[in-house]
Design a protein around this ligand. Structure first.
Ligand SMILES: Nc1ncnc2c1ncn2[C@@H]1O[C@H](COP(=O)(O)OP(=O)(O)O)[C@@H](O)[C@H]1O
Ligand SMILES: [Mg+2]
Length: 214
């Protein structure tokens, strides 16, 4: 499967989701590759830190930019069971190329800046993309929600998302937790972090199931 974690905004949690999903997929026994199309190279750095720790299972990451992504990723899809693409936070050639070849896109949106603008942009982009990739499924994931128990964020989100014909609410809500930052800085997924944060682990498991279902 080719999975895209993308959106038109930076700092929403794309790389966090990419690295955690790739680790979970690898641990489930699949041959997974991360394709980092963001010039910030965060996923690539994460993979490199990981590689320097021989106790950790290697998760390969390659960087790709520009027009060549479509052909390259299609080719790589014959060699890997799953590809997870990290696409930078703006309407770029990389985001558009990745949309053309992905089975599903997951769009993280920060709960605190849950804005209709980003959704409007992504919805329009998907209208164009569906002309040549009609099967693509697009889901919104709420990230960095307040850890205080509250259902309002989810209810608000699903109500707003309903108005966009190309977007669906994934029902996955990821809360703001220090574990995500700590894991990232060590080249880990939250499932490998000690002491384990059970809630973060459960959230990533939920996301994983949504991403790789079907
Ligand atoms: N759920 C979360 N809880 C706490 N920190 C988070 C969470 N998601 C992301 N972050 C942190 O927010 C920052 C931006 O996240 P990142 O995944 O790099 O975003 P993007 O790739 O979209 O730019 C990083 O420092 C990351 O560790
Ligand atoms: Mg990133």
């Amino acid at each position: 499967m080719i999975i895209l974690i993308g959106g038109e905004k930076g700092g929403t949690g794309k790389t966090t989701f990419v690295t955690n999903l790739a680790t979970l997929r690898k641990k489930a026994g699949f041959d997974v590759l991360i394709v980092d199309t963001d010039k910030q190279e965060s996923a690539n750095f994460w993979s490199a830190i990981r590689e320097s720790n021989e106790k950790l299972e290697r998760i390969p990451c390659i960087q790709k930019y520009g027009n060549g992504i479509v052909k390259e990723v299609k080719d790589l899809a014959n060699r890997y069971q799953d590809i997870i693409i990290d696409a930078g936070g703006r309407d770029s050639i990389e985001l558009r190329s990745a949309l053309a070849i992905s089975d599903k896109i997951f769009i993280p949106i920060q709960a605190s800046q849950f804005d209709v603008w980003t959704l409007t942009q992504m919805n329009q982009l998907l209208t164009q993309v569906k002309a040549f990739n009609p099967e693509i499924e697009a889901y919104v994931v709420i990230n960095r929600a307040s850890p205080n128990p509250s259902v309002t964020e989810a209810e608000n989100a699903s109500e707003i998302i309903e108005d966009f014909e190309n977007l669906e609410f994934s029902e996955v809500i990821v809360k703001d937790r220090i574990a995500y930052r700590r894991a990232a800085s060590q080249g880990l997924s939250v499932i490998e972090l000690e002491p384990i944060d059970k809630k973060a682990t459960d959230e990533m498991q939920n996301l994983y199931e949504k991403v790789f279902s079907k």
